[in-house]
Design a protein around this ligand. Structure first.
Ligand code: AGP
Length: 605
């Protein structure tokens, strides 16, 4: 995820900006840039690479001036490169801007700006912002007003900081759906994506809200409404976190932070990219065989994805564990085959191996990944980026739910194209829009329960996670989360299959977690719960609000808001299981961010 910093000081800011960017490194990035304003000019250094390496090459500290902005870029639109690195400048070289977020309507804005004579240097969505401000920045208009007017045309998420040579002692910043905080120092002001960026300089901060516009000058700061331009009041808070806590946004672990980021990650994933979603659904429609290939959590997303494609669009696809693909299906791969590979990192060796193999045999390759510029994107004819931002905890959380959201978009598109779905597709699209806020509610309702239940159950050594239909994917993912970070043995199974062997292990107090949405599988899963209960199992279930039947059969429950369509249930039902796994690991004294023997990206076969 991109990181931004702006500093208005009484001394040279370039070395301070570099240090602040170092403190934002944990957010993940591929490019770096710094801009200062001095003697009527913008002074910019930027490139692809790591801060220390770029600093060693370019010396980021020798830019002159006491006002400046900096940026670490995590590519979304346009590959990591020098031209795509921020800051971006307008045509006249008056304005420089840094941005974190996604501009949904950038193409439409870009076309208009080009027709008005603007010349673009990069492939980013961000660059439209600086040209839009240029359009409004006429004689006599203060920078903040030009910014305010420009953002009336912008759709999407943004945290932005802008400087101008015409008003060299001013930084203007705006925020919507991307984090932005102000730091209030002694004769100095800061704006940043996150508090650690300025924690060394001040502990007084203001957390800006959506649609806030802040003006930082030598005389102090003002916060205005981006919509109306009227002043707004925001509270100054004193931060008592350590630097380490601050880099995790105040959370004790990255995994917990990333679980909490899911509503934003989902909202970002659900906006835009329709063109690529359309291409992938077209490829599915026009291929005789479609394999969904992935490892670990991404494989679980494929299991749910296959279900969505089948239920919504009536299209059968084959989910395959990547390391099994060549042996199991290799001989059947040909030019009528599509391999849709799913990988958060885009670097998993097993998945890449399957992809390379399929390419050699003439198959088409598409992918869903969270990492622009990763190997998988280079092997793919078309790819869709999930917009989860960097995931630092080894356990995949927000990347799983955003993969599911992407599969939902592809399935809906395909079903709409085929035109023979038994479902009300429009209603499901509407529901999908509400998923980010429902996810927030799921976290709010279930986090205290997860804490409580972790205290009660974290001493158990074995668990089953059971589900039917699409919830098999959720159950498998719940089991994987628990086992990989808390080291409790946990097995996920289709609930119907449990009586064909696994049930032999059930005796008094054996914990069984049932994923039990109110979908077509509900009557049958009640039977499965009873079978387990009759043999003494402790039943923990994830149920919809008001599901008295399953609640009465359960020792403990996690509750999900009512009425979510079957195909979307995994996105919400997995969240309490992520929280449960996290709190069990904490109870057992394990570090959830760095489970033993595991790496974030598994680059060996
Ligand atoms: C899950 O928590 C793990 N981190 C792991 O199973 C992971 O999903 C798997 O290694 C695949 O990684 P990828 O999505 O980067 O390809």
């Amino acid at each position: 995820m991109c990181g931004i910093i702006g500093i208005l000081e009484r001394k040279n800011v370039a070395p301070m900006i570099r240090k602040s960017l170092k403190r934002l490194e944990y957010r993940g990035y591929d490019s770096v840039g710094v801009c200062t304003v001095h003697e009527g000019k913008l002074h910019i250094k930027k490139d692809k690479g790591k801060i220390d390496e770029i600093h060693a090459r370019l010396n980021l500290d020798d830019l002159p001036g006491s006002v400046g902005i900096g940026h670490t870029r995590w590519a979304t639109h346009g590959a990591p490169s020098q031209v795509n690195a921020h800051p971006h400048t307008d045509c006249s070289g008056t304005l420089a801007l840094v941005h974190n977020g996604i501009i949904e309507n950038f193409q439409e804005l870009k076309n208009k700006l080009i027709s008005r004579g603007h010349v673009f240097k990069s492939n980013t969505d961000t660059e439209v912002l600086v040209h839009l401000i240029e359009e409004e920045y006429k004689e006599g208009v203060p920078l903040e007003e030009a910014v305010r007017k420009a953002f009336q045309h912008v759709e999407g998420s943004y945290a932005v900081a802008v400087v101008s040579t015409k008003e060299p002692e001013k930084i203007v910043c705006v925020r919507k759906e991307s984090p932005l905080v102000l730091g209030i120092g002694d004769g100095a002001l800061y704006c940043a994506s996150d508090i650690p960026a300025f924690l060394e300089y001040t502990r007084k901060a203001i957390i800006l809200q959506d649609h806030d516009l802040a003006v930082l000058t030598r005389d102090g700061f003002r916060i205005l409404s981006l919509k109306t331009g009227e002043p707004v009041e925001r509270e100054v808070v004193t931060i008592d976190w350590t630097a380490e806590m601050a880099s995790k946004g105040g959370y004790p672990h990255f995994m917990l932070k990333e679980i909490h980021e899911q509503p934003y990650a989902l909202a970002d994933t659900l906006r835009g990219r329709e063109f690529y979603i359309g291409l992938i659904s077209w490829l599915i429609e026009n291929s005789k065989k479609v394999f969904l290939v992935a490892a670990g959590t991404s494989y679980h997303a494929c299991l749910a994805g296959a279900y969505m494609l089948s239920r919504l669009a009536g299209v059968a696809t084959i989910p395959v564990i990547a390391s099994e693909f060549c042996e199991k299906y290799g001989d059947s791969v040909d030019s009528d085959t599509l391999v849709l590979a799913v990988s958060q990192s885009g670097e998993t060796a097993d998945t890449l191996n399957a992809v390379r193999y399929a390419r050699k045999r003439g198959a088409k390759i598409a992918s869903i990944t969270n990492t622009l510029g990763s190997s998988i994107t280079r092997y793919s004819q078309v790819y869709v980026l999930t917009q989860a931002g960097p995931e630092i905890g080894v356990a995949a959380t927000k990347t799983f739910t955003t993969q599911l959201a992407t599969f939902a978009l592809i399935s809906l598109k395909l079903a709409e194209n085929l035109g023979n779905s038994a479902f009300d597709l429009r209603a499901i699209r509407e529901e999908l829009k509400a998923i980010p806020s429902l996810c927030e509610e799921v976290i709010r309702i279930n986090e205290p329960r997860a804490q409580q239940l972790a205290k009660r159950y974290s001493t158990y050594e074995n668990f089953y996670f059971l589900g039917r239909g699409i919830s098999v994917a959720t159950a498998l993912e719940g089991a994987l989360k628990l086992k990989e970070i808390s080291y409790i043995h946990a097995e996920g199974y289709p609930a119907g299959e449990s009586k064909h062997g696994p049930i032999a292990l059930i005796q008094d107090n054996f914990p069984c977690v049932f994923v039990a949405p109110n979908d077509v599988t509900h009557p049958k899963i009640i039977g499965n719960i009873m079978e387990m209960k009759a043999r003494g199992a402790k039943v923990i279930s994830v149920i919809e609000e008001g599901d008295r039947e399953v609640e009465e059969l359960s020792n403990d429950t996690f509750i999900i808001p009512k009425g979510v369509s079957e195909v979307l249930t995994p996105i919400l039902f997995v969240v309490p299981l992520q929280l449960f796994a996290y709190y069990c690991a904490v109870e057992r004294g394990a570090d959830p961010d760095k489970p033993r023997n595991l790496a974030k990206s598994v680059t060996v076969q």
